[in-house]
Design a protein around this ligand. Structure first.
Ligand SMILES: Nc1ncnc2c1ncn2[C@@H]1O[C@H](COP(=O)(O)OP(=O)(O)OP(=O)(O)O)[C@@H](O)[C@H]1O
Length: 121
């Protein structure tokens, strides 16, 4: 009985990932970037700490986008009419994604830029 509940929770979580990946344009962009970063990670041999930063940054951005989609859905469920609090909720959630995307960009530059520059020299 308990095992069934746990499996069900995984199913709902997986369904959430699947639906957001299918419906949200920004999540599709994040996933394309994730595949590109994965390919770069396989191409360049990364140190343990570099790999840890890339994996952490990637998962943080994807998770933030999931939360952003959740906030958007809840706000839209509350009503379509304009409300400053609805704007604040959506803008703040989008801001969180932006902050983590910037952090991921910086981590990507710190890790990959030296390796790419070596190839150009
Ligand atoms: N009900 C609302 N009341 C006030 N402002 C809103 C409302 N809905 C959306 N907005 C404003 O419009 C912006 C864009 O909202 P929208 O729901 O289109 O999200 P989005 O970021 O474009 O996401 P997506 O297009 O991926 O669903 C919000 O960040 C917010 O500033």
């Amino acid at each position: 009985m308990k095992a069934k509940k746990i499996l069900q929770a995984f199913y709902y979580a997986g369904r959430g990932l699947w639906v957001v990946a299918q419906q949200e344009r920004n999540m599709k962009i994040h996933l394309v970037v994730t595949v590109a970063v994965l390919m770069m990670t396989l191409y360049y041999s990364l140190e343990g700490w570099e790999l840890a930063w890339i994996i952490l940054s990637t998962f943080l951005v994807l998770s933030a986008e999931m939360f952003n989609s959740a906030v958007e859905a809840v706000v839209d469920r509350c009503g379509e009419d304009y409300h400053p609090l609805a704007a604040l909720a959506k803008d703040a959630a989008a801001g969180a994604v932006l902050l983590l995307a910037l952090q991921a960009l910086i981590a990507g530059i710190v890790v990959f830029a030296p390796k790419i520059l070596v190839l150009w020299r």
